[in-house]
Design a protein around this ligand. Structure first.
Ligand SMILES: *[C@@H]1O[C@H](CO)[C@@H](O)[C@H](O)[C@H]1NC(C)=O
Ligand SMILES: *[C@@H]1O[C@H](CO)[C@@H](O)[C@H](O)[C@H]1NC(C)=O
Ligand SMILES: *[C@@H]1O[C@H](CO)[C@@H](O)[C@H](O)[C@H]1NC(C)=O
Length: 373
């Protein structure tokens, strides 16, 4: 069976068909007894109602198991660590919290049998994975319209993240599209005390009411994003595409296009206190801090451990309200390193420093999290 292949090694792999079959089989036995009971009851009721004018009742409705039901069953089944999706899913509820390591693999095909991403649609109401202590993996999935409706006063302090949030867990996303997802903070993904690894993904038009339009890394989260594109994401406050607070977020070969911080700082990225990262071979185009500073990137750390390095990045057509900061804004007690050139539109507020030093760019990423995933 071509759907079953050992990507992660050591997992239990069930295709949707297989899972469907086991479920149907498991239900056969009790169903038979139930059908007989229902038939007998039905006959009794029919006899009782025979002169009331009501039609027959109790006809068994044909039961169809949706892709969503199969996915939820796999998430709940302690023995299943990987689920292969072969059709799109439209959610009618948020996914249950993870109680184990779990990987969702998309294997969808179009009408002409060409591979395509499987769509998981949150209908603007439902959120995806939530993991306290477990690994969440996803590949070849297009998550759209996922929504985390939690607001301050509920438990928003855990980071939200409409598609996935991990606390003391791990998140890995490969070849995924995150589109039009929305949360109070972190429109798509959030990690706290957890590593995050994103490769070959697209983040489009995700939205956060407050901070971090697409990705939020905080409280010892360590993230690395490779070969991914962030476009049209926005935050009500800071970090149109992503925001880091007391954590690390590296970007390698990424493109940030048209992301917006509506009221705060950092049209694309906002590095807050106690944060670090290497941003390498990445391009910032047309990002905006409409009513703040740092059209592309804001670095607002206030601690000696902050360590932000820009390696061979390019900046074009970014804008900010604060004069002279249309590309990068650096404030507070932080030093930021550029290789090879400092960009135009760089504002440095003392005692912050901006230096040119290419040594840091020799090591690929800062606090590499590859081995921990
Ligand atoms: C990044 O992109 C450059 C070209 O822009 C390419 O040479 C390099 O191999 C890429 N690196 C990775 C890690 O994808
Ligand atoms: C822009 O920011 C200033 C403070 O810097 C604030 O007074 C004003 O209300 C903001 N405008 C908008 C449209 O958010
Ligand atoms: C450049 O950065 C490295 C650390 O990455 C440091 O050891 C070195 O002293 C720096 N060079 C200069 C001239 O500041």
């Amino acid at each position: 069976n071509s759907w079953l292949y050992d990507e992660e090694k050591g997992g239990v792999f069930l295709s949707e068909e297989q899972l469907n079959r086991t479920r149907v089989e498991a239900r056969m036995a009790p169903k038979f007894t139930m059908t007989v009971t229902i038939l007998l009851l039905g006959m009794a009721v029919l006899l009782a109602l025979s002169n009331t004018g009501l039609g027959p009742v109790g006809a068994a409705a044909a039961e169809t198991i949706t892709a969503e039901q199969r996915l939820v069953a796999a998430l709940k089944d302690p023995k299943v660590s990987q689920f292969v999706l072969t059709s799109d899913v439209v959610l009618t509820a948020s996914l249950p919290p993870s109680k184990k390591d779990f990987t969702l693999v998309g294997r969808c095909r179009d009408r002409r049998q060409r591979p395509r991403l499987c769509v998981v649609d949150g209908k603007g109401k439902f959120r995806g994975f939530r993991s306290d202590g477990f690994y969440v993996g996803m590949s070849d999935i297009h998550f759209k319209n996922m929504r985390d409706t939690r607001t301050p006063g509920s438990d928003y302090s855990d980071g939200t993240g409409a598609v996935a949030f991990a606390f003391n867990g791990k998140i890995r996303a490969t070849r995924c599209v995150f589109e039009s997802n929305k949360a109070f903070t972190a429109g798509a993904l959030a990690v706290r005390d957890s590593p995050l690894l994103v490769s070959d993904c697209q983040f489009r038009n995700n939205w956060a009411v407050e901070e971090a339009g697409a990705i939020r890394v905080f409280s010892n989260g360590v993230g690395t994003v490779r070969r991914s594109v962030f476009s049209g994401n926005s935050a009500g406050q800071s970090g149109g595409a992503a925001r880091v607070f007391e954590g690390v977020l590296n970007f390698i070969n990424c493109t940030f296009r048209g992301n917006t911080a509506r009221k705060g700082d950092g049209g694309a990225l906002d590095y807050e206190s106690g944060s670090g990262g290497v941003i390498s071979r990445s391009e910032f185009v047309g990002n905006s801090a409409r009513n703040g500073s740092g059209g592309a990137v804001e670095v607002e750390g206030d601690s000696a451990i902050d360590d932000i390095n820009f390696c061979s990045c390019t900046f074009r057509c970014n804008s900010a309200k604060t004069r002279g900061s249309f590309n990068v804004d650096i404030t507070s007690d932080t030093q930021v390193t550029f290789c090879r050139n400092k960009p135009q539109g760089l504002r440095v507020v003392e005692p912050a420093k901006a230096v040119v030093n290419c040594t840091a760019c020799a090591k690929a990423v800062y606090w590499d999290n590859k081995n921990s995933l």
